[in-house]
Design a protein around this ligand. Structure first.
Ligand SMILES: O=C(O)CCC(=O)C(=O)O
Length: 278
C-alpha cells in the first residue's frame, strides 16, 4: 500500500512518444512543428486537474494575471511533485533534445496559462519572438505548448512565421500597446516568412517552437478558458546573461556561468530511438 501511495504522486510519463524524423525535419525547416498525440490523455487530465486545483475553475485563484489576457501560474513544476515528474521527465527531455541534435538539455521553465475569452476582455498575444525576453546566451531553447482542453483555432492556437527562426533577433514587443508588435514594426517579415495556417489541436497534441520563431496567438473567440501547459528546455551548456527576468532574478545566478541551480536541473534523456515503421 505504501508503494502505491508513493507512485501515485508521480506521473507515468512512459507513454509520451518520441518525435519522428519528419517532425524533427519540419521543426528545423519552419521553426515550429505541430505534433499529434504527443502526450497520453490521462496525463493531460492530470495536468488540467492540478491547474484547476491551484488556479480555480475560472483561473483567478493564483492571482498571477498577465496583462488583460491570461490568468497564469508560473513554475507549477516547483510546487507539485506530480507536475515536476512530468515537466522533468526523460520523455519530455527527449522531445527537446531531439530538436537540438540530441544534445543534453536542462529544464528552463514551465507555466499554466488560462487565456481569457474575448468576452472577458481577453485579447490577442502580439507577434513576437521569445528569445529577446530571456537571459540566455544562445539559441537551442525549445518551447512545448500543450493544450489541456481541445483547442480549435477559434480558441486562439498560435500562428507562426515559417522559417523566421532564421531571421536573427527582431526585438522586444510585448508591451501594453498591442498594436506595436514584430509585424507592425517590420511588415516585410510576412513577405519573407509565410504565415502558418490556423490549426486545430486536440487534447494530447502540441505545438513546439524555436525561441526565435516569430509567433502570435489570436484572441480566444470561445466562451471557455483556453487551458495550456507550456514548458521550455535549453541546451545544457547555455550560459546566463544576467538580463532581468522574473524566472531568474535573485537566484544567485552568475552572468557568464551555466544555470547551475536547483530550478534548472540537467535532465536525463533516454537514448534516441527510431520510431516503429521508420
Ligand atoms: O499562448 C499564447 O497565447 C501565446 C504563448 C506564447 O507566445 C508562447 O508560448 O511563446
Amino acid at each position: 500500500l505504501h508503494v502505491v501511495a508513493v507512485t501515485e504522486k508521480l506521473a507515468d510519463t512512459s507513454g509520451i512518444r518520441a518525435l519522428t524524423s519528419e517532425e524533427v525535419d519540419s521543426f528545423h525547416e519552419n521553426g515550429w512543428v505541430m505534433v499529434k498525440g504527443l502526450v497520453p490523455k490521462d496525463l493531460i487530465e492530470g495536468l488540467l486537474e492540478r491547474a484547476k486545483e491551484r488556479m480555480g475553475e475560472d483561473g483567478e485563484l493564483s492571482g498571477q494575471r498577465r496583462g488583460a489576457n491570461y490568468e497564469m501560474l508560473l513554475g507549477p513544476a516547483y510546487q507539485d511533485p506530480w507536475i515536476r515528474s512530468f515537466s522533468y521527465s526523460r520523455e519530455m527531455a527527449r522531445v527537446a533534445s531531439s530538436l537540438v541534435n540530441n544534445r543534453p538539455v536542462r529544464f528552463f521553465n514551465d507555466l499554466f496559462m488560462a487565456k481569457l475569452p474575448a468576452s472577458r476582455d481577453g485579447g490577442r498575444t502580439p507577434w513576437h519572438q521569445d528569445l529577446p525576453y530571456q537571459p540566455l546566451d544562445r539559441a537551442g531553447c525549445v518551447v512545448i505548448w500543450l493544450p489541456l482542453v481541445d483547442c480549435p483555432a477559434e480558441m486562439g492556437t498560435m500562428r507562426f512565421l515559417n522559417g523566421s527562426h532564421r531571421a536573427g533577433l527582431i526585438g522586444r514587443f510585448v508591451s501594453g500597446d498591442e498594436h506595436t508588435d514584430a509585424i507592425a514594426t517590420y511588415p516585410e517579415l510576412v513577405d519573407q516568412y509565410p504565415m502558418s495556417e490556423p490549426i486545430d489541436l486536440e487534447v494530447g497534441d502540441a505545438t513546439i517552437h524555436h525561441m526565435q520563431t516569430v509567433h502570435y496567438a489570436p484572441p480566444n473567440g470561445t466562451n471557455s478558458l483556453r487551458w495550456v501547459h507550456t514548458s521550455a528546455r535549453m541546451l545544457a551548456e547555455t550560459l546566463y546573461t544576467g538580463a532581468p527576468n522574473s524566472r531568474t532574478d535573485n537566484l544567485g545566478l552568475v552572468p557568464g556561468e551555466p544555470f547551475d541551480h536547483q530550478n534548472f536541473p540537467l535532465l536525463e534523456v533516454p537514448p534516441p530511438t527510431t520510431p516503429a515503421g521508420e
